[in-house]
Design a protein around this ligand. Structure first.
Ligand code: ATP
Length: 287
């Protein structure tokens, strides 16, 4: 049985004339990594801030960990971890001191050394935070959100500005959170990140949900057209097909009969990014 940690029905938010969120429904189940994707200005931050209890909604129903975030108190807040867009920490405190200090705000906290190892900062535990690299800072930001040992974590673009290896390491940290049984609500602009980490993905554009599903089946990607490319007589050939097995069989059989190699043979399906661009472009054209 799915156990919803977040449930949204008909959520609306207007800023004056601007309708930032125009009636969205969604559920996030306990223990899943849920990715919320959408172009700039789609309404992601607005939605997340409502879920965190930092912003009032204009309409609809919202339940987070069994309570209305607009009314919930301190006990509820301690069950939620929020990673802010890069932290404003005292640059003269060390990593360990910063985490210890923050732990003092919680009634129950996860031991500092455990947090340090969860985010892979063991070698920097005694370093002043002002001397950390950008990627290490972000890891500490995630660490700060873990101090209170929350059930639910909001990660807002957690790897923006990371180099490729720091991103992979951050992905390991996020995958580790799922292994601990945490529920993760992730907003991101990176399709590969959603693909790699998310159990389910929802795409919002212009305040409305335009697609939802697992990364694999989103937008019926598995059923979409396959492209077969190769070179023949110095030309690039690209074929679209919904029956790639059959088409490939015919192509390769004919090439073999002629004793030819199909140079540069490539078989591809639309990537999550292709599907995303198509869905969000269609909605922006409507809007
Ligand atoms: P991004 O990917 O750029 O962070 P987003 O999906 O998080 O975008 P929001 O920040 O939720 O988008 O903004 C949605 C819409 O609401 C935008 O049109 C934005 O201009 C508008 N908006 C957001 N905050 C406010 C505010 N405080 N006052 C007025 N309009 C706002």
């Amino acid at each position: 049985m799915p156990d919803p940690v977040i449930s949204i029905k008909g959520l609306r938010k207007s800023y004056g004339e601007t309708e930032a969120v125009r009636g969205i429904d969604l559920e996030v189940n306990r223990g899943e990594v849920f990715a919320f994707l959408g172009p700039n200005g789609a309404g992601k931050t607005t939605t997340v801030e409502i879920l965190e209890g930092y912003r009032k909604r204009s309409g609809g129903e919202v339940t987070v960990l069994g309570q209305d975030p607009g009314r919930a108190g301190r006990e509820w807040r301690e069950r939620i971890g929020i990673v802010l867009q890069s932290g404003r920490l005292d640059p003269y405190l060390t990593v360990r001191e910063s985490l210890d200090l923050y732990a003092g705000y919680f009634r129950a906290s996860r031991p500092t050394e455990e947090v340090i190892s969860l985010v892979g900062l063991e070698s920097k535990a005694g370093e002043r935070t002002g001397r950390l690299s950008g990627g290490q800072q972000r890891r500490l930001d995630v660490g700060m959100a873990l101090v209170g040992d929350p059930e639910l974590l909001f990660l807002d673009e957690p790897t923006t500005g990371f180099d490729p290896s720091a991103r992979r390491q951050a992905w390991d940290v996020i995958a580790g959170l799922r292994d601990l049984g945490k529920t993760v609500f992730l907003t991101t602009h990176y399709m590969d990140e959603a693909q790699r980490l998310a159990d389910r993905v929802t795409i919002i554009a212009a305040g409305q949900i335009v697609a939802r599903g697992t990364p694999a089946d989103l937008g019926r990607r598995e059923e979409g057209e396959t492209t077969i490319r190769y070179r023949a007589d110095g030309r690039e050939v690209a074929l679209q097909t919904t029956t790639p097995t059959q088409t490939l069989q015919e192509l390769t059989a004919a090439a073999l009969a002629r004793g030819e190699e199909l140079a540069g043979l490539e078989v591809t399906r639309p990537s999550l990014e292709d599907v995303y661009l198509e869905l969000t472009a269609a909605s922006e054209a409507d809007g």
